[in-house]
Write a new protein. Structure first.
Length: 432
């Protein structure tokens, strides 16, 4: 209950949730996408795997996340749910990566458990289950409950975390691989996950009302505030949201984005270092850095625009721009082209990571956002799990990433068209 005797604090605790979302948001893509892109070549060479066999682990990882998402979603709406979930998941995620040190090292006989099975179990199943609760959903489901008026700007700031991944993880992981090998790189990632995410998990609170506060640190005017009605925001329950055509069209559209995201981002660094482009690894890393810098700044810009304009219009522009930037990448033949691509791609794809949760919160409200995301997110995860495998198979069969990336660009354009055609859902019957 919110009591008017509680004074308005000078420092709003919602900003603590923002910090947690930034840090936690860096780890999921930092490990699943950017680190695996660096670890792929040495592991494939060491274990004599094909790229599609390596990518199968990513497929298993995202399928596992998708399978448990419907159960995790409602936990994120419970008073202490996010805190408990993040602490357990961060520990499991860190230990699973430390365990990758022991793959096929003689401790477990290879004839008893094949090295690929060990990798699929630790990275795919355990890692996939743990990453869902280790903070990757804080910015999408918990943070929107703390802010309404400045939601777009705040989500844009929090989304900087996922942009930090390509800026920090590749050079650090590459340095460890070159000096100590890929096994110690996994140990470092696991240890960092436990040391950083576990303490942060104890700071998480589900919503401001649990601390006697209101969203945006608003003044408390009476014994109790109906925040949803005060700010003109209507909240759908999960069942009510699933009865609307808007829910299913958006789920399908953003599910298609999953197909055009994980497999592409995992492999475009390798694409830049192979014929016909054949950039040195340091040059390719420069393009990644430009992407990271402009993607980071774009999220704040797009988020601020989301407070002034309808997020649907903005996300459509960003998604079409992402499609065009991927096609442009296929024409790169100089360092200047690479830098232009990094800027263009960072500015456009950066829109999606902030505007997607902003649009869903705009349409369905904040009260049951965790439960709604629990049903909404698996579609993107399932298609995202197939994307690395698709890219790996096309590369193994054709010896090139070109066809795979053309398909990815088309998927972004189709998904953008679907979002453009969607309309706002009618208020649920309970409100009527």
């Amino acid at each position: 209950m919110i009591n008017k005797s509680n004074p308005k604090p000078r420092f709003y605790y919602g900003w603590v949730i923002v910090i947690v979302a930034i840090v936690a948001g860096a780890f999921a893509p930092g490990i699943s996408i950017w680190s695996t892109g660096i670890l792929l070549p040495p592991m494939v060479d060491n274990f004599d795997w094909s790229r599609s066999e390596f990518m199968m682990a990513l497929t298993i990882r995202w399928l596992t996340s998708a399978a448990i998402a419907p159960w995790i979603g409602p936990i994120l709406d419970q008073p202490n749910g996010p805190r408990r979930l993040m602490s357990i998941s961060a520990s499991a995620l860190g230990l699973s990566m430390i365990g990758l040190y022991f793959i096929d090292d003689g401790l477990i006989p290879v004839d008893l458990i094949d090295s690929r099975v060990q990798f699929y179990l630790l990275f795919g199943i355990i890692g996939g289950a743990a990453q869902m609760g280790a903070g990757m959903t804080i910015g999408q489901t918990v943070l929107p409950k703390w802010f309404i008026k400045r939601r777009g700007r705040v989500l844009g700031i929090a989304a900087i975390g996922s942009a930090v991944g390509p800026f920090v993880f590749p050079p650090v992981v590459n340095l460890i691989v070159e000096n100590l090998g890929f096994r110690w790189a996994w140990v470092a990632l696991g240890a960092a996950t436990i040391v950083i995410l576990l303490p942060l998990s104890f700071l998480v609170r589900t919503q401001p009302e649990d601390m006697g506060l209101l969203p945006d640190n608003e003044e408390i005017a009476g014994e109790e505030e109906n925040v949803e009605n005060k700010d003109g925001e209507i909240s759908f329950t999960r069942k009510e949201a699933m009865r609307t055509p808007t829910f299913w069209v958006l789920m399908l559209a953003f599910g298609m984005v999953g197909l055009g995201l994980s497999g592409y981002h995992t492999n475009w660094q390798a694409f830049l270092t192979e014929p016909p482009i054949s950039f040195a690894a340091q040059t390719a890393a420069l393009g990644v850095s430009f992407y990271a810098i402009f993607s980071m700044s774009a999220r704040v810009i797009w988020g601020s625009l989301g407070d002034k304009f309808h997020p649907k219009k903005l996300i459509v522009i960003g998604m079409f721009g992402t499609s065009a930037s991927i096609l442009f990448m296929l024409t790169i033949d100089s360092v200047s082209d690479l830098l232009i691509f990094g800027i263009f791609h960072g500015l456009t794809i950066g829109s999606f990571f902030i505007l997607e949760p902003l649009l869903i919160a705009r349409y369905f409200g904040r009260k049951h956002l965790g439960a709604i995301f629990g049903i909404f997110r698996p579609a993107m995860m399932i298609t995202g799990s197939l994307s690395p495998l698709m890219v790996g198979i096309l590369y193994d069969s054709r010896g090139s990433y070109t066809l795979a990336f053309i398909i990815v660009a088309c998927v972004w354009a189709i998904a953008a068209s679907m979002v453009f055609l969607v309309s706002s859902p009618k208020p649920p019957q309970s409100v009527n």
